[in-house]
Design a protein around this ligand. Sequence first.
Ligand SMILES: CC(C)(COP(=O)(O)OP(=O)(O)OC[C@H]1O[C@@H](n2cnc3c(N)ncnc32)[C@H](O)[C@@H]1OP(=O)(O)O)[C@@H](O)C(=O)NCCC(=O)NCCS
Length: 201
Amino acid sequence: MVDVQISRPSTQPGLSAVAQVLDDVFGMVAPATMFRVGFMNDLVRSDQLILLAGSAEEPLGALVALRGRNHIEMPDMVVAAEHQGGGIGRRLFEAMTRWAVDEGFREIRWSVSPSNVNGVAAYLAYGARIVGWIDNAYGVASDPFYTGTTDRFRGEWRADERPPIVETKLVHHEDHAQLRSLLLSGWQITRRQGDLYAVVR
Ligand SMILES: CC(C)(COP(=O)(O)OP(=O)(O)OC[C@H]1O[C@@H](n2cnc3c(N)ncnc32)[C@H](O)[C@@H]1OP(=O)(O)O)[C@@H](O)C(=O)NCCC(=O)NCCS
């Protein structure tokens, strides 16, 4: 596993580095980053989870997770473009799951674009599943990162074992109509095999 420092920043340089790496990956402009730093301070003051991979001087990745009533919601997870695929995402994700369990939570949820096939593959490789579909999640006409609609998969990680699988279908990752239909009927995506997703119930 990659040797990178994961810390929980609570002062301005570390929080600015988190905001910077998030906005670099998503191609946001400086004013958005300034707002995000303010939000990071709110998250620290309300004892939410902010993780920085690397250092304030050289941020390599970041993750944000929020306590809900019964689950943890993860709004953000990124690794700097030139470091993707090297295991930093796994380190961040595992640090989050340890924190969640230590805090008494058994479930973590997030949203991810159905077009983000490598991001989805990473979550599945970490043992998570895609368990739902949200139509037009952001209520706007286009997604600046993936260029298209803002439909979203719902991702889920659970500390507890899942019920046995009774049926599996293989569906092409670009067949969003069929994936939508299956996910809205209770099926779940468990792994990626080349261009195909294993969809189970
Ligand atoms: C998604 C992201 C956070 C993952 O972090 P990362 O450090 O790049 O990923 P890792 O190296 O930890 O893990 C990648 C995993 O995905 C797996 N993977 C990648 N492509 C795959 C594919 N085509 N098929 C199957 N598995 C695949 C890798 O095998 C690896 O699993 P392993 O650890 O079991 O070998 C990062 O790539 C990123 O920031 N992407 C852009 C922003 C983004 O999409 N963020 C999430 C938005 S919700």
